[in-house]
Design a protein around this ligand. Structure first.
Ligand SMILES: [Zn+2]
Length: 168
């Protein structure tokens, strides 16, 4: 099992050491992300490193792997949503470098970078807009056919009433 990662890192110190880290973060510690999920019980595994980029500013890059519990839009139950992503971010890059590199930048505060915030932003951007169980049978009241994703023709409401009457 991986160790828990600490939240903040001194950019210049870690860049000078070309530091590499590996560890995990609890989703429960990322409240903005947690609000978008069915629950916050998952953990995030990641590795990352600090180095000087080709643009002569610090760079934070790494890999994130997790399986988040999103709410299925059809049955409203939690569903596993595996996510794996790679990120590459400049740190405190000036505007001309951002334009030239077409990389995003994150900003340190008093020389410290908040890793949790970086990971949280990356995961929020990577979340699928709509999540649903692949097996369409998780909610039998759902009004969409999974074969063609077209709305099912509505029944004549009067024929439904007639059925109700005849069942008794
Ligand atoms: Zn479902």
């Amino acid at each position: 099992m991986l160790d828990k990662l600490k939240q903040c890192y001194q950019v210049l110190k870690e860049v000078s050491r070309n530091s590499h880290f590996e560890g995990q973060i609890d989703v429960a510690d990322l409240s903005r992300l947690g609000e978008l999920l069915a629950n916050s019980e998952s953990t995030i595994e990641m590795q990352f490193e600090f180095r000087v980029s080709d643009y002569d500013v610090p760079m934070l890059s790494g890999e994130i792997q997790t399986s988040l519990q999103m709410e299925c839009q059809r049955c409203l139950q939690a569903m596993e949503t595996p996510l794996q992503l790679i990120f590459k971010l400049l740190v405190d890059a000036p505007d001309d470098v951002i334009r030239e590199s077409s990389l995003d930048t994150v900003y340190s505060e008093d020389g410290l970078i908040d890793l949790f915030e970086v990971v949280e932003d990356e995961l929020i951007l990577a979340l699928p807009l709509v999540s649903m169980h692949e097996n369409g049978s998780c909610n039998k009241h759902w009004q969409v056919s999974d074969n063609d994703r077209e709305p099912v023709a509505r029944e004549n409401p009067f024929s439904v009433l007639k059925d109700l009457k005849t069942t008794h």
